[in-house]
Design a protein around this ligand. Structure first.
Ligand code: APR
Ligand code: PHB
Length: 389
């Protein structure tokens, strides 16, 4: 088998990259270790930056999103009963789109299938060979048979636990990591969202987030001990804890009901440098992870994909090598700014174990400053809707 670009990983990064390449007439094959049903069963965040929305529309992938998604032109940040509304529309003249990653991934699969572009599911033992040669090869096992694809380039879109990043020699790779000493306990419930915008809440009892998927599906999170077992959080305990963390007017009106999903996610910041090695390019979670505060995971992946697709298109169309050579530097420059924002929001809104009174006062001062400063709100809005690319 031979193709232009082998894409390892059929999550949002791999599928989005594949769509860009297919639209540009660049041959590509996606290798995914799971089944489509498994990938679509994963529940992830649901806020799309302006740039992600534009990319999807430009690729012809915006139709369902534009009907079923919700445009949000602001969000609420709260501390106990104190509320600050961040007005995206006023500060940035743009908005974000609330549209679940699961829906977006389903749209990407449907389109790939309609285009007849190749995706090979349930592959195992993926290995990248000859990365420094002109024609690298990707080996994998499918139905017990070892197969090989020769290609021009390999895109590592295989998430944090994938094999691609490990193909960059350890001596050439630097990894930066911060693990946060708490997790997020999240539930989905078939209830009306408590507010028509997201609420990011800090409180004396810790962090909470009120989010949503649609008019009758809410997504709520509370900060928890990372060692907790979701089973130790019956629904009633969850709702009681959530109510304590959000402003009274929302606590009094929130509609509660049985959870249809409950899980705990760890919080981590991680960046791998460089994001390219020979003919291998990393995109998305394969290269970096953010804590979910600010919903940057998928969006940060989408900006990598944009840069890589742009570089590959220039290469195949114009024989221009410059963009491909600078992919890592260009992507990392935006990745680090997104990391900063996610870290800042996480630091501002959570209770840290052993937090001193001084550190608590710093959080309060930051909240007070945000409340009083239009410029600080504008900076938050600008980062939340997404930095330009
Ligand atoms: N071979 C083939 N596929 C692999 C391999 C492998 N060795 N390892 C992992 N994969 C697949 C996974 O099964 C998954 O479907 O790669 C895909 C990676 O998808 P994600 O982990 O979702 O990462 P990415 O596509 O970069 O998504 C970025 O979306 O899923 C969120 O948290 C993620 O928000 C982040 C964003
Ligand atoms: C979600 O809806 O799951 C969500 C929204 C915003 C975040 C994180 C998660 O910052």
């Amino acid at each position: 088998m031979r193709t232009n670009v082998v894409i390892i990983g059929g999550g949002p990064s791999g599928l989005l990259l594949g769509q860009h390449l297919t639209n540009a007439g660049i041959d590509n094959i996606v290798l995914e270790q799971k089944t489509k049903e498994y990938v679509l069963g994963r529940i992830r965040a649901g806020v799309l930056e302006t740039g992600t929305v534009k990319q999807l529309r430009d690729l012809g992938l915006g139709a369902r999103m534009d009907v079923e998604g919700f445009v949000h032109d602001g969000t609420v940040i709260s501390f106990n009963d104190e509320q600050i509304r961040i007005d995206f529309a006023r500060h940035t003249k743009t908005a974000v789109m609330v549209y679940g990653q699961t829906e977006l991934t389903a749209d990407l699969y449907a389109r790939r299938e309609a285009d007849g572009a190749e995706i090979i599911y349930e592959v195992s033992d993926v290995e990248i060979e000859d990365l420094s040669a002109d024609s690298p090869r990707v080996a994998f096992t499918k139905n017990g048979q070892r197969c090989h694809i020769s290609c021009d380039y390999v895109a590592g879109c295989d998430g944090f636990h994938g094999v691609s990043r490990q193909a960059i020699p350890q001596t050439a790779r630097r990894e930066f990591e911060k693990v946060y000493p708490f997790g997020w306990l999240g539930i989905l419930s078939e209830t009306k969202p408590v507010h028509d915008e997201l609420i990011y809440a800090n409180s004396d009892a810790g962090f909470a987030l009120c989010s949503m998927r649609h008019a009758n599906l809410s997504r709520y999170y509370i900060q928890c001990d990372i060692r907790d077992d979701p089973k130790a959080w019956p629904d009633q305990l969850f709702w009681d804890a959530l109510r304590k963390r959000i402003p009274e007017k929302f606590a009094d009106t929130i509609e509660t009901g049985p959870s249809i999903e409950k899980s705990i996610a760890p919080l981590r910041s991680f960046v791998c440098e460089p994001m390219q090695w020979g003919r291998l390019f990393l995109c998305g979670d394969a290269a970096h992870i953010v804590p979910p505060t600010g919903a940057k995971g998928l969006n940060s992946a989408a900006s990598d994909v944009y840069y890589l697709a742009d570089a590959l298109t220039r290469l195949y169309r114009d024989k221009d090598l410059a963009a491909i050579e600078s992919y890592s530097a260009r992507a990392l420059s935006r990745v680090w700014k997104t990391q900063r924002f996610s870290w800042w929001m996480t630091s501002l809104l959570h209770h840290f174990p052993h937090q001193s009174e001084f550190e608590l006062r710093m959080q309060l001062a930051e909240i007070e400053f945000l409340k009083s400063s239009e410029q600080a709100q504008a900076v938050l809005a600008q980062n939340y809707v997404g930095l330009p690319y």
